[in-house]
Write a protein that binds this ligand. Structure first.
Ligand SMILES: Nc1nc2c(ncn2[C@@H]2O[C@H](COP(=O)(O)OP(=O)(O)OP(=O)(O)O)[C@@H](O)[C@H]2O)c(=O)[nH]1
Length: 360
C-alpha cells in the first residue's frame, strides 16, 4: 500500500553539479521528515559521506533523525533492508549516485528490488547551469540521463546571467521531455518536489506550507526566490471513469511532476480505492480495500511547474462518471490495471524505454 511504502528517490548529476549541496539542503530543511540517505559513491565514499553526515561509517545517524550510509551499488538491497526497518521510521530514502554512475542502473535496481516497503520515488538530475554546454560536449551521455529524469534541477543559477540561464533551461527542457525543470542556487529546491513532508509533532500544519518553504520561515538559509510551480488539490464524491482517467494521465501536461492521492472508480471496482502515485513519467496504482466507514471520495494533489490549475480541474471534472448511462464496463479497467504493480514481475522495463511507464 502506498501509504506505508517509503519512496526511494535517486539523485544523480554530473561530477560537481551540486548533488551533495542539494542533499544537505534537504537534510537541513527536513524538520519533521525523516530522510534516509545512501551515498552511492564508487571512488569517494568517505568524502561524500563526511560532507553529508560529518562522519564516516557504513551507517550513521544524523542529528535530525536522518540516517546516512555509504554504499556500493551491490549493497543497495542490503541497505534498503536496513533503512526500511520499522524502527528507522524513515519517510523517504534518497540515494545519491556517484557523478560517474549511470543513473539508469540505479533506477533499475530500485525498481527490481524485492523490498516491499519501498516504492520508486523518481529520478532527480542535477545540472550545473554554468558548465552545462561543456559537460554536454565532453559527456554526450548527459542527454540520455536527462531523457529519463523525472525532475531536473538546473543548479548554480547564481553563476549564469538571465539570458544564458534561460537558454540552458530551454535546452534542458527539450532534452528532458515531460520532466519538470526547476532552477536553483545552492540546491535550494522545495523538498515537496521530491517527497511528502511530514508535519513534526507540535508543529501546526499551516506552518509547513509550500509558501513557508519557498519564502523561508525565518530561516535565511532556506529563503530563495519563488520557484514557478503550483499545487492543485481537489476532492470529489463523484467516481471517476477509468478510461477517461487514463486518457487524462496519458496526456498529462509537461511539468506536472507529481500526482498523489486516492481515486474512487465507482462501479468499475466498488471494493477498492486506488492509491495513485505518479512522479514524472512514472505511474502506479495501488488498489486497497476501502477503509470501513470512510466516505468514498477521490482526493488528489497535483504538483507541477507551469501547470494550468483551472485546466487541470476541468479535465479531471470531465473524468467524472455521469449517471447510470456512463457506468464503466469491465474492459474499461484494463488501462488502469496495466499500472498496478505485481511483485513477482519487477518493472525493469520502465527504464528500458526511458522510464515512460505511462506511455507503455
Ligand atoms: N556558485 C554556486 N556553487 C555551488 C552551487 N551548488 C553547489 N555549488 C558548489 O559546487 C561544488 C560542487 O558541489 P557538490 O554539491 O559537492 O557537487 P556534487 O554533484 O555532489 O559533486 P560530486 O560528488 O563530485 O559528483 C561545491 O564547491 C559547492 O559549494 C550553486 O548553486 N552555486
Amino acid at each position: 500500500m502506498t501509504t506505508h511504502q517509503i519512496p526511494v528517490v535517486v539523485l544523480a548529476g554530473f561530477l560537481g553539479a551540486g548533488k551533495t549541496t542539494l542533499l544537505n539542503h534537504l537534510l537541513r530543511s527536513a524538520r519533521g521528515t525523516r530522510i534516509g540517505v545512501m551515498v552511492n559513491d564508487f571512488g569517494d565514499i568517505g568524502i561524500d559521506a563526511m560532507t553529508v553526515a560529518g562522519q564516516v561509517g557504513s551507517t550513521v545517524s544524523l542529528g535530525n533523525g536522518c540516517l546516512c550510509c555509504a554504499v556500493d551499488a551491490s549493497e543497495l538491497d542490503t541497505y534498503l533492508e536496513v533503512l526500511t526497518r520499522p524502527e528507522a521510521r524513515l519517510d523517504v530514502i534518497v540515494i545519491e549516485a556517484s557523478g560517474l554512475a549511470e543513473p539508469q542502473e540505479l533506477v533499475r535496481m530500485v525498481l527490481a528490488s524485492e523490498n516491499e516497503r519501498i516504492v520508486y520515488g523518481g529520478l532527480v538530475e542535477v545540472v550545473d547551469a554554468a558548465e552545462f554546454d561543456s559537460t554536454r560536449r565532453r559527456h554526450p551521455e548527459t542527454d540520455r540521463h536527462l531523457a529519463i529524469a523525472d525532475l531536473v534541477v538546473v543548479n548554480k543559477a547564481d553563476r549564469v546571467a538571465g539570458d544564458a540561464l534561460r537558454a540552458v533551461r530551454e535546452t534542458v527542457a527539450g532534452l528532458a521531455g515531460r520532466a519538470a525543470v526547476v532552477e536553483a542556487s545552492h540546491g535550494r529546491v522545495d523538498p515537496e518536489l521530491l517527497f511528502d513532508r511530514v508535519v513534526a509533532e507540535g508543529e501546526i500544519e499551516g506552518q509547513m506550507s509550500i509558501e513557508d518553504i519557498l519564502y523561508g520561515s525565518g530561516d535565511e538559509e532556506d529563503a530563495h526566490p519563488h520557484a514557478t510551480y503550483e499545487t492543485v488539490s481537489l476532492a470529489t464524491a463523484v467516481p471517476l471513469h477509468p478510461r477517461r482517467l487514463m486518457a487524462f494521465l496519458d496526456s498529462r501536461p509537461e511539468g506536472l511532476y507529481r500526482i498523489k492521492g486516492f481515486i474512487d472508480l465507482g462501479a468499475a471496482d466498488p471494493d477498492h480505492r486506488y492509491a495513485v502515485h505518479a512522479v514524472g513519467r512514472f505511474l502506479r496504482f495501488y488498489p486497497e480495500p476501502w477503509p470501513d466507514g470512510e466516505e468514498r471520495l477521490t482526493q488528489l494533489v497535483l504538483i507541477g511547474s507551469g501547470i494550468d490549475a483551472a485546466a487541470l480541474r476541468k479535465e479531471l471534472a470531465a473524468c467524472e462518471q455521469h449517471g447510470p448511462q456512463d457506468v464503466p464496463d469491465e474492459h474499461s479497467m484494463w488501462g488502469v490495471l496495466r499500472f498496478v504493480p505485481h511483485r513477482d514481475e519487477p518493472d525493469e522495463a520502465d527504464v528500458e524505454d526511458g522510464g515512460d511507464a505511462a506511455e507503455a
